[in-house]
Design a protein around this ligand. Structure first.
Ligand code: GTP
Ligand code: SPV
Ligand code: MN
Length: 602
């Protein structure tokens, strides 16, 4: 922006700009101020005091309700607009010069057309509002992969959330120095009209423009937008990977520690797996699980060792509440016991909160997530199915000691998992990397409330990344196949499915903490310590190799769901065709070969 235009800005805005020493940030911010025309500009420097002020201001504005100070110190309830409760994939675009760059699975807009469409929406959108400027870092400070972003937003909820989910504040300017390499994240809730909702990514400009939503992955732009969509594109160009994966550390009896990275689609168990507490018998013999990350992993190959390593770019959790309780996920319950934002849950008369599955029996009455009186028999849910908690990762009692290590952690195994009531066994191992990539690429999962749309439909969600790949999916697959040759002794790849159901519609596998039993086999296989049986689908545990002691599960029922059923596998292949046809002529040859081998095994 020319100097004379900057001089026309109100003095208070000019003073904010003068306080920013990075000239690229200053120039971009002045342009955004000129477009959005905010009443006030607040530069967030980070820290607890600032967060307190954001909550205090948010309470005055009706954005936050303070919860019971004894039960939930420093916790707040936020109710989103009822039309704005989940990621909206149909409003999410990859904006590139050609459609081929965005590929067959992304919504696409031509770069200039997208800017032209969105600029009028942003013009004047912050009149009478405060613009928060949020500099932030994704990744441990000093990590070779750490990325700086600056988000502009008119949502105090987003500002407070970004303070927990990212390393926000002046640290970002220290990390950035004089460089122009930061992601420009412009966000406005606008009038929160679903017809004017756009989440536009400009990977070639390192830019995200998000308008019309204040919720989760649509609005906390460091998360899915930067750390997955923009980062996956950068990773493709630079030889590393941004994945929708948890990272957890597992200590075995005897003290050996291994790390696994696991990709499950949204609301399919990443946070729970990352915070897993093994059952009593396992704990006593020395098993322990610690969390590096619960949603996103950045993976790269170390130059000297040629081993795959991973960091979690985030510094907080935005976790699903329904189904979370002291039995299923005590670490999450501890994590959200203080300094937490609860979004779209029910409010109890004593200032506590409730959601479906928090307790065995529901409270006699509550105020539901839209602010209406609620009773158990009223026929509505008290909390939204995608209600969430936002909490800093330091709250997690099981935080891994390497969670902030810029060198990351080594990855021993990669796990893909979907939500499948049938067909897919509880666990099996891929024959090799290429077949593992094929398994990930054809991953099917039932849709959940984490994204707007129908729930429970099986769709292909390659690597749990379908909504998050920032470029052409064909190139993404090729990138995965090519990683193998860079890695010495590449991690073993597995598929798991915690969601198998029996004829009565009940989960066959107890899940949660008991998943350690499956992890035990995964680690033994990865370290070359247990035999496996070859099946059409992959390497299978022998009967007796998965420890079922103390479980209320019939070994024959377990064996039955591990059994590969050729007829249902054939139906699965037909369902995969949908994805293959989308890729048409661009399907990597490894995919075709893997598929042919699999078909020939049936
Ligand atoms: P996103 O944050 O959307 O990426 O979700 P996520 O993958 O982290 O899923 P999360 O761990 O929050 O779990 C989603 C839902 O699945 C919750 O209702 C959990 O209670 C439930 N869930 C998680 N793990 C298991 C499991 O092992 N078995 C069963 N039956 N349910 C599970
Ligand atoms: C997901 O949908 O995978 C999430 C929640 O982790 S959101 O941040 O809204 O994308
Ligand atoms: Mn997620």
């Amino acid at each position: 922006m020319p100097v004379d235009k900057i001089n026309k800005l109100p003095e208070s805005h000019r003073n904010i700009l003068k306080g920013i020493s990075n000239l690229h940030v200053r120039k971009w911010l002045s342009e955004c101020i000129e477009i959005c025309n905010p009443d006030q500009v607040v530069l967030c420097g980070g820290g607890a005091e600032e967060l307190r002020k954001l909550f205090a201001d948010g309470m005055k504005a009706g954005v936050f309700i303070e919860l019971n100070r004894q039960k939930l110190p420093n916790c707040y309830l936020h109710r989103s607009n009822p039309n704005d409760v989940a990621r909206t994939e149909k409003c999410t675009y990859i904006c590139t010069p050609t459609q081929a760059m965005a590929g067959p699975t992304n919504n696409w807009m031509e770069t200039r057309a997208a800017y032209q469409k969105l600029e009028p929406l942003f013009r004047g959108c912050m009149k009478d509002r405060t613009m928060y400027v949020l500099p932030f870092v994704m990744g441990p400070l000093g990590s070779p992969l750490a990325k700086v972003g600056v988000q502009i937003t008119d949502s105090i909820y987003v500002a407070a959330s970004m303070g927990m989910m990212t390393r926000m504040g002046s640290v970002a300017f220290n990390e950035l120095g004089d460089s122009n390499e930061f992601t420009r994240c412009l966000h406005s809730v606008g009038d929160c009209n679903p017809d004017r909702r756009y989440i536009c990514h400009f990977p070639m400009d390192n830019t995200v423009w998000s308008f019309g939503s204040g919720y989760g992955g649509n609005a906390l732009l460091g998360k899915k937008c930067l750390a997955l969509r923009i980062a996956s594109y950068l990773g493709y160009q630079q030889g590393w990977m941004a994945e929708h994966m948890l990272i957890s550390g597992i200590t075995e009896p005897g003290g050996r520690k291994s790390y696994v990275a696991a990709a499950f689609p949204s609301a399919c168990g990443k946070t729970n797996f990352a915070m897993l507490i093994p059952p009593e018998s396992y704990r006593q013999s020395g098993w322990k699980v610690t969390t590096v990350g619960d949603d996103i992993a950045w993976l790269w190959v170390d130059k000297t060792t040629r081993k795959l390593r991973a960091v979690n770019p985030e510094s907080g959790y935005f976790g699903v509440l329904p189904g979370t309780n002291w039995k299923t996920n005590p670490n999450a319950m501890h994590t959200m016991a203080h300094d937490t934002i609860y979004t779209n849950v029910a409010l109890l008369p004593d200032g506590d909160v409730w959601w479906e599955g928090k307790t065995d029996s529901p409270p006699p009455h509550a105020i539901d997530w839209i602010g209406q009186p609620w009773t158990p028999d009223c026929g509505r849910k008290a909390a939204h199915p995608n209600s969430r908690f936002t909490a800093p990762m330091v709250n997690n009692p099981a935080l891994d000691s390497a969670a902030n290590d810029p060198a990351g952690v080594p990855v021993t195994a990669i796990i893909f998992g979907g939500r499948r009531k049938d067909v897919i066994p509880i666990v099996y191992e891929a024959f090799n990397w290429d077949y593992g990539v094929y398994i990930g690429a054809t991953l099917g999962s039932e849709t959940t409330a984490a994204a707007a749309g129908k729930v429970g439909l099986v769709r292909r969600d390659p690597m749990a990344m379908l909504p998050f790949i920032g470029y052409n999916i064909a190139d993404y697959f090729i990138h995965w196949f090519r990683m193998r040759s860079r890695i010495a002794d590449c991690p073993r790849i597995f598929q798991v499915n915690w969601f198998r159901k029996n004829d009565r519609g009940e989960f066959v596998w107890p899940g949660y903490g008991e998943n350690i039993r499956i992890l035990e086999w995964i680690l033994k296989r990865s370290h070359g310590e247990v035999y496996a049986i070859e099946s059409q689908l992959g390497w299978m545990p022998r009967a007796g190799d998965i420890n079922l002691d103390g479980l209320n599960i019939d070994p024959t029922e377990f064996a039955a769901v591990q059994q590969v059923d050729a007829e249902s596998l054939k139906a699965e292949f037909l369902a995969e065709e949908e994805l293959f046809l989308k890729l048409a002529g661009e399907l990597p040859k490894e995919m075709i070969f893997m598929r042919e081998l699999l078909v020939s095994r049936l």
